[in-house]
Design a protein around this ligand. Sequence first.
Ligand SMILES: Cc1cc2nc3c(=O)[nH]c(=O)nc-3n(C[C@H](O)[C@H](O)[C@H](O)COP(=O)(O)O)c2cc1C
Length: 244
Amino acid sequence: MSNAQTSPLAHPLTLPCGVTLKNRIAKSAMSDSLGDGAGNPTDDQIRLYERWAKGGLALSIIGEVQGSPHFAEKPGNLILDGHSDRGLFERLAKAGATGNAQLWLQLGHAGAMADAPISTPKGPSALDLPGLTCGALSLDEIRALPSEFARTASLAKQHGFGGVEVHAAHGFLLNQFLSPLFNRRQDAYGGSLQNRMRLLLEVIAAVRKAVGPAFPVGIKLNATDQLEGGFSEAESIEVVAALD
Ligand SMILES: Cc1cc2nc3c(=O)[nH]c(=O)nc-3n(C[C@H](O)[C@H](O)[C@H](O)COP(=O)(O)O)c2cc1C
């Protein structure tokens, strides 16, 4: 037997939801800017995920798939909502599943870091700092977010993708809620860590409810913001425990 077959990387991995990945090699979420500018996949993008799948990995994740066009990270992000081209998304899902690979969508919302030329950035709190100006989301806008993430997750499942990953890292919206540097709210979504993680827990619960217990739901979380006064390692451990 060759090293490649005996390596732990070659062993299947069964996730808690019951789905088995054929090996331990995953391509982490990358925002590939290969959407068509209106949020739909392109032939180039479909070919890329097919090539990656043919390379033998078990899982690849498309970064920054948006639930609406309003808070995109980049103009080339995919947008999966009621207006999406179902046929193109289904082709992408099928190509990425070549050879029994899994293709997951990372569910993103850039919030205060939304791409200003195409969005109006809004985060947990209004900020006017060098290089970062944004408005604050209203309570009604915040309350609408879990069902928006859930709708995209549900569409991902319907279109044939293998799973989803909720993006709560890298300074984007759900990370902004966790971080006291971005989140200065004084309502139920700001202040204590319990309040700062409320939106994340609501999003995860809504996504799980939408896709059922047997569909992979991942999360990307910073271990720390690495900024003084930001989301800390001790806090991230508490968030992981709450998610668990
Ligand atoms: C071009 C590029 C785009 C990326 N886009 C995303 C993204 O959309 N979402 C995300 O969570 N991480 C994104 N990342 C971060 C990667 O998923 C990964 O966490 C990071 O590259 C660290 O892993 P590495 O040390 O193996 O590169 C991106 C990285 C690169 C290089």
